[in-house]
Ligand binder design. Structure first.
Ligand code: HEC
Length: 411
């Protein structure tokens, strides 16, 4: 009796083990040397199925460098095996070809490979002294480039901070979001010292983009935590607000000429403002499936957005609530992402085409023009504007910083 109960218990344990094994994430991945390591490690921080998106061999080199930088626990002598397994098992899938639209404007596109392989430059930033910056999200570094000399300097931040958005403060200090550790950081660019201001709500765990308003107040989005935050650098005080929409996923942000703070909701078809009382006012876009990811504001205070999900450039007139949309040249599946308003036009990137493109849209003629990004551009997650008014890009998978030098033909 006792014996059979033990046998039964053993059988139950055994079948539970089999069931667990069958359901183990990645269990259905192709067989091959390295699979075991991949299956046991690559599910640790995110869904393992994101591997199946597939990358070129070079893309996998960057991805594995990024994961290594970020501390994925693969023994040093196993990385080559893991990489070979990934290259063989998950090749890049076909992507839409870029549709290049000719036009009257001349540009030179400059690309600088960054010093640390696999940095994942997420956001670019242009400082008042002419230097260009990036957040090396997975290298846990901020970086500065002097585009005149090509000289780089990298600034380490604390491990696992995953620096994401960055802006320059009034004294030349750099403010950034610690995307994995829930803080707003301040880098003293002279000394390299970093101060962390912890957001006083554990639910606001993934601060994302930040902007600085005309009074020096820092506003930030918290994508998955679903907040918009306000941080006063002189007092260190935080305020948080949750949008009325569930899972709104506040994402890109911008400040208009009258100091109104705008943000887009990537989890909804909405664009919103927030004021000093933390009151949020949402505007709904007409198409249910629209997913605005980034936002730019032109000098006339029109709101422009990249509709990542549907492949549109959109414009919201805040005075009337009227929305106008234009399909992006390369088509619906091409993921318009980083966007900026400068030199009398709207500039944005199509980030799922081969190669990525820079697209210019002239609001007067409503005409597009576009260029392939040398080297592929993958993936332009954000665009900002240099001191001279030129678009600046961070190319996250290509590990490059880019500058679109507008030469002639622009207004
Ligand atoms: C220590 C945590 C961690 C582990 C372990 C980890 N990753 Fe990641 N991975 C990240 C982070 C952080 C990102 C980027 C942020 C995000 O989008 O989630 C990321 C993103 C990715 C991406 C998307 C890249 C991009 O630029 O969009 C791929 C592909 C990926 N990981 C593959 C892997 C593989 C393969 C492994 C196993 C070798 C692995 N990851 C293990 C943290 C990890």
């Amino acid at each position: 009796m006792a014996f059979s109960r033990v046998a039964l218990a053993a059988a139950v344990v055994l079948s539970a083990t089999f069931a667990a094994r069958a359901q183990q994430p990645g269990a259905n991945f192709p067989e091959g040397l390295g699979k075991q390591t991949v299956v046991s490690v690559c599910n640790g921080c995110h869904d393992i199925n994101r591997l199946t998106a597939g990358y070129s061999p070079n893309g996998w080199l960057t991805v594995t460098n990024m994961m290594r930088n970020f501390g994925a626990p693969v023994p040093d002598d196993q990385w080559d095996t893991v990489r070979a397994y990934l290259i063989k098992s998950f090749p890049e899938r076909p992507r839409p070809p870029a549709v290049i639209v000719p036009g009257p404007v001349q540009v030179d596109i400059h690309e600088w490979p960054l010093p640390t392989p696999g940095s994942r430059p997420h956001d670019p930033m242009a400082a008042r002294d002419g230097s260009l910056w990036w957040s090396g999200q997975l290298a846990n570094k901020l970086g500065r480039l002097d585009p005149a000399t090509g000289e780089f300097r990298e600034y380490p931040v604390n491990p696992v901070s995953a620096p994401h958005g960055l802006v320059e403060g009034k004294d030349g200090e750099i403010w950034f979001t610690g995307n994995f550790r829930g803080f707003i950081g301040r880098l003293d660019a002279k000394t390299g010292d970093v101060t962390e201001y912890q957001i006083p709500d554990a639910k606001a765990k993934d601060p994302h983009t930040l902007v600085i308003d005309h009074n020096g107040i820092i506003w930030f989005s918290v994508q998955n935590g679903n907040f918009v935050g306000r941080f006063d650098p002189t007092t260190g005080a935080f305020k948080l607000a949750t949008p009325p929409t569930r899972n709104a996923k506040p994402y890109g942000m911008a400040v208009n000429s009258k100091n109104v703070v705008w943000f887009v909701e990537f989890g909804a078809n909405k664009i919103a403002t927030i004021d000093d009382n933390m009151s949020i006012h949402e505007f709904q876009l007409p198409n249910e499936s629209a997913r605005p990811r980034r936002i730019a504001i032109s000098p006339d205070d029109m709101i422009w957005y990249s509709d990542f999900a549907r492949g549109y450039l959109g414009r919201l007139d805040p005075a009337t609530g009227e929305v106008k949309e234009w399909p992006t040249p390369s088509g619906p599946k091409t993921q318009p992402y980083g966007i900026a308003a400068t030199k009398g036009a709207i500039w944005y990137a199509e980030t799922f085409v081969k190669p990525n493109t820079v697209v210019r849209f002239d609001p007067k003629t409503e005409k597009f023009q576009s260029w392939p990004i040398p080297g592929g551009g993958d993936i332009v997650r954000n665009i900002t504007v240099s001191k001279d008014g030129n678009p600046v890009m961070a190319n996250s998978l290509d590990n490059e910083l880019g500058l679109v030098e507008v030469k002639s033909g622009a207004n």
